[in-house]
Structure formats: C-alpha cells, structure tokens
Design a protein around this ligand. Structure first.
Ligand SMILES: [Zn+2]
Length: 96
C-alpha cells in the first residue's frame, strides 16, 4: 500500500486543504454531499458517457477553490483539476 499523499492547492501549492463537498452527476441526476447532508437535483445532461464525480475543496491560503474531477469515458476514467471562482464563505464537509 502506498503512503498517503497530501493534496496541494493547484493555485498556490499550499498544503492545508479543506474538503468542501462531493458531487456525483449521473446524466443530469446530481447528488451533492455537503456538511449539511445530501441534496439531489436535476440539471441538463452534460453529454458525458458516464458518471462525473467532483470532489470540491479550498485552501487556507486565500481560500482558492478547486475541484478534482473524475470522469468515466469509453471504459476509462480520467482525472483532472478545475480551479473555480473564489466564494466569500466556502462550504466544508464534516470534520472534528
Ligand atoms: Zn491556494
């Protein structure tokens, strides 16, 4: 088993990252997990060939906001990072 690796902010490389939410989009059926629980809603299908999973996070250094996105396509799963607009008050998943 590999050692865990610390996630770095893609904007400033800071290593103190907070998990904000997780979103699973299945052809427009979207489930979002936040610190408040799970919400479900619909949006227009993205045209993807499979589920899109977005793990959203923000860093403590300037609250840069980003998402690590997993996307299924033709039997393979890709992963990339998207930098998002910076909110005034980013959400956060549960922590102690
Ligand atoms: Zn940052």
């Amino acid at each position: 088993m590999r050692e865990p690796q610390v996630v770095l902010c893609p904007v400033c490389q800071f290593e103190y990252i907070h998990l904000a939410s997780v979103e699973v989009d299945q052809n427009g059926n979207v489930a979002t997990v936040t610190g408040d629980g799970v919400q479900q809603h619909r949006r227009p299908p993205s045209g993807a060939r499979g589920a899109i999973v977005r793990v959203k996070a923000w860093c403590e250094n300037g609250q840069h906001r980003f998402a690590v996105v997993f996307e299924f396509y033709k039997g393979q799963t890709s992963v990339h990072t998207e930098v998002e607009a910076e909110p005034d008050d980013p959400p956060e998943l549960w922590r102690d």
